[in-house]
Unconditional design. Structure first.
Lengths: 212, 647
């Protein structure tokens, strides 16, 4: 989670249009970085910065949709606002399905543009927040010992200490101690917290035989 | 020889008109004139028998001057005078009767002669009509010898005279037993007035006609029958030596003979020439669909051919002498009339199209090429027109116009995405630039330089947008062809520039291999660009499903066989299905799901209107090649007419 003002990236092959858009965005007080093609953007990777991406749908070489697909495989991609000269319905549907924040048709009105940028930035914040929370959880999870992870699995599966003790071949007291440590390490104040954390980690699936 | 017997046309005698004056004269002389007076030189006398009534029965003998008779004379002087006078009258009457009888015999003879001549003419005509070409010469000679006999001539022949140099050729001749035949060719005296005299219809005494076996030349009378610019055909004759009467009565008769024989010969020759190429004759003249007519400047038909009659389902008799405007519907009649008037004022060969009323009452279209026919004086006295029915073509053109309209719409559809992008791009830039300028100005007065830069950009983008619109309009507008000399490479370059943005967005790479040495062609720039744009769009469309790396359209120009400019558009798409290939250029045939199937058919119309052709084939390594050929003008002034209005 790096600091600094958000940077609005503009990817469009049409220089005149790109310049004009960047003037508006800059005049609205944002930092702007321009790219003439999807390739340029990928090469200059700077995803750590906050911000969003204004992306032309159709460009020579890889299109906007191609870039969106490439970025979706990355963890820390920024929200995308598509710009297009066409009322291309199928492309816009695909873009939105693939997670685009907005889809603007050229010529773009200032309010619509800035509104979309703000929405995208808000989403970026949100996504960054979510992403940092997850990485926190992962760090916490990785601090658990193997035995503690086992216990965590059983706890989130809703088993009682006695059952867990039987399952892992330890005393009930030992289970209790593990469970307390898990709660502390995972910064959980309740079983419900723990379940939510496990859920986010994708670790809620117990590798334990059924006893629900 | 310079005294032609021109104008001495013998008038047949008026036999009945002089009866009454003569009778009157005789009666008066009975009572008033002492001495009878015969008037033998009176040219003609009248009808038989009528005088017998006025002849007195008295026939007393004469006076006697001797002494013995003196008393008698004294006593009967009055009676003697009367008797003498009556005797004189009687003698006069007898003489008159004799004269009248001779006259009658003469006129009967000349009547018989006339009848004989007219019978001869009709026999000759009949014989010539029936005769076929092989025997026509023989028949003409036979006719001439019969004329010889009937008109009492020494020689009679048909000739061809070239007035320019006096060369005379005898084509057919007959002569009396005592006369030597004429040589085939001779040189006659040809005074400058010869042509005009012949043309004026005079009978000319030609000197210098040579006989076959003697170098001596003789003079003959000649009468022209047909006269064209440099050749005169006619009949010549020499009256029999012992012939008592002059030549005056011969001239009109021989002219008649000539007027029968010469055209028949010419007609038979023409017929023979035509028959010699029977097939061509059939095709070109008889069964041809071209209508041929001649008409005077006041638009009266003077000749129509079979096809013309067939077209209007009327006979020649019904058409000739009619004004052809009657065959044209009232509306366009005036236009047709104006056309003829303008031809009179400014003679030229010009194609004229107009509507006609067809026999079934419907309106058809005809196309006419009219030539002015001038007399020697340079005046236009007739027009000859060659016409065709173009109703089908007109209808096809109308349909074509409809198709052209549809194809423009189809092309517009193809281009919409590209155009929208091309226009929205600058519009988007303009709008955002304006927004940015406003925001900068709102934020304070210290961004004026940037605002100025923005305004510059706005202007530039505005021009860019209007350029796109202009080009698109030009490409899609309905307009007549405007043929000019142009470089095909330039047109290709324009087309590539136009579809360039679209190609980039489709991920298609465009390649051009243009032959720099390409000669210029005659053509309509916009139409040709339309064809090329169409082919490029088709090619790009055909590759929509290909992987990016294979999407390539190549345009190649070159010279084919040194005669035509060839343009190829090669794609790497799915190719053309075999079953569609032969019909590819027909309307509504398409290989695309969303295609209308007009682009290629209109392209073909355009190329064919340029005198070129277009063809398609599949490439061995995938994709298709469409190529078209445009003729290279052979001469600088060889502006080829482009009739079709492609829009």
């Amino acid at each position: 989670m790096s600091a600094g003002a958000p940077v609005i990236r503009i990817v469009d092959d049409d220089e005149a249009f790109r310049t004009a858009i960047s003037r508006v965005v800059r005049a609205a007080g944002f930092q702007v970085r321009e790219f003439a093609s999807a390739g340029d953007y990928l090469l200059s990777q700077s995803e750590d910065e906050h911000g969003c991406l204004l992306l032309d749908l159709r460009m020579p070489g890889p299109s906007g949709l191609d870039l969106q697909r490439a970025l979706s495989r990355k963890e820390n991609s920024v929200p995308i606002v598509f710009l297009t000269a066409h009322g291309d319905v199928s492309a816009s549907v695909r873009a939105m399905k693939a997670g685009a924040t907005d889809f603007l048709v050229k010529p773009v009105k200032r309010e619509a543009l800035l509104g979309a940028i703000r929405t995208a930035l808000a989403r970026d914040e949100e996504q960054r927040g979510a992403r940092s929370e997850l990485s926190e959880l992962k760090a916490r999870y990785s601090s658990l010992s193997a035995r503690e992870r086992d216990v965590l699995q059983h706890v989130v599966a809703g088993r009682l200490n006695k059952q867990i003790a039987a399952a892992i071949g330890a005393s009930e007291r030992t289970v209790k101690a593990h469970r307390a440590r898990v709660m502390v390490k995972m910064h959980a104040t309740s079983v419900a917290d723990l379940v939510r954390a496990a859920d986010r980690l994708g670790a809620s699936e117990p590798e334990v035989p059924s006893s629900a | 020889m310079d005294s032609p017997c021109a104008g001495r046309v013998g008038k047949p005698g008026r036999r009945h008109t002089s009866v009454f004056p003569v009778v009157f004269a005789v009666l008066v002389s009975c009572f008033t004139i002492p001495v009878a007076e015969a008037r033998p030189e009176k040219p003609s006398l009248a009808v038989d028998g009528s005088l017998s009534f006025v002849m007195p029965a008295l026939a007393l003998p004469v006076d006697s001057p001797s002494d013995e008779w003196l008393d008698i004379w004294t006593n009967y002087r009055g009676a003697v005078i009367v008797v003498a006078a009556l005797f004189g009258v009687l003698v006069a009457l007898i003489i008159a009767l004799l004269i009248q009888r001779t006259q009658r015999i003469h006129s009967e003879r000349s009547l018989a002669e006339r009848l004989k001549f007219e019978k001869l003419l009709s026999e000759i005509s009949a014989a010539l009509i029936a005769v076929d070409l092989e025997r026509v010469d023989e028949e003409v000679v036979r006719a001439l010898s019969r004329v010889l006999g009937v008109l009492d001539l020494d020689r009679c022949a048909l000739f061809v005279l070239f007035p320019a140099d006096g060369r005379t050729r005898i084509t057919h001749q007959a002569e009396s037993d005592t006369t030597a035949p004429l040589g085939r060719e001779s040189q006659v005296a040809h005074p400058p007035s010869l042509y005009d005299d012949l043309r004026a219809g005079k009978a000319i005494e030609l000197a210098g006609v040579s006989t076959a076996d003697s170098p001596e030349a003789e003079s003959v009378f000649s009468i022209a029958v047909t006269i064209s610019d440099d050749i005169v055909r006619g009949i010549l004759f020499r009256p029999a030596r012992g012939r008592r009467r002059g030549t005056a009565d011969l001239i009109p008769r021989l002219r008649l003979v000539g007027e029968i024989l010469v055209p028949t010969l010419m007609g038979k020759r023409t017929e023979a020439a035509l028959r010699a190429s029977e097939e061509r004759y059939r095709e070109v003249v008889e069964s041809q669909t071209d209508l041929i007519c001649r008409f005077t400047p006041d638009m009266t038909l003077t000749f129509v051919n079979e096809a013309y009659c067939r077209y209007f389902e009327r006979t020649r008799e019904q058409l000739i002498g009619k004004c052809f405007l009657e065959l044209i519907p009232e509306g366009p009649r005036e236009t047709a009339q104006r056309h003829v008037m303008s031809l009179l004022e400014n003679p030229r060969v010009e194609i004229n199209e107009h509507e006609v009323i067809r026999p079934d009452g419907t309106i058809g279209w005809q196309q006419w090429t009219n030539y002015a026919i001038r007399g020697r004086d340079g005046r236009i006295y007739e027009f000859q027109g060659i016409g065709q029915d173009i109703t089908d073509r007109k209808h096809a053109e109308e349909a074509e116009r409809g198709l052209a309209q549809a194809s423009r719409l189809a092309l517009l559809g193809e281009l919409t995405a590209s155009i929208a992008h091309e226009i929205n791009q600058p519009l988007g830039a303009i709008l955002s630039n304006t927004d940015a300028a406003e925001m900068l100005l709102d934020s304070g007065p210290h961004h004026l330089d940037e605002v100025r830069a923005i305004l510059n950009d706005i202007r530039r983008e505005d021009l860019r947008a209007s350029d796109v619109i202009h080009h698109t309009r030009r490409l899609l507008q309905r307009r007549p062809m405007d043929t000019q000399v142009l470089a095909v490479n330039d047109v290709v370059a324009d087309a590539l520039r136009f579809v360039g943005p679209d190609a980039r967005r489709r991920g298609v790479s465009l390649e051009a291999h243009l032959d720099k040495s390409l000669p210029k062609v005659q053509g309509d720039r916009v139409s040709l660009e339309r064809v090329i744009v169409n082919l490029l769009l088709n090619g790009m469309e055909a590759m929509a499903r290909q992987p990016d790396s294979r999407r390539r359209v190549t345009v190649r120009t070159g010279i084919d066989a040194g005669e035509t400019v060839e343009v190829q558009v090669i794609d790497t798409g799915h190719g053309i299905p075999r079953e569609i290939l032969p019909r590819l250029f027909e309307s509504f045939v398409t290989t695309r799901q969303d295609g209308v199937g007009l682009g290629l058919s209109i392209s073909r119309s355009i190329i064919e209107a340029h005198g070129g052709r277009i063809q398609a084939e599949n490439n061995r390594d995938g994709g298709a090649t469409i190529r078209f050929f445009l003729p290279i003008p052979q001469t600088a002034h060889g502006r080829r007419p482009v009739a079709l209005e492609v829009s």
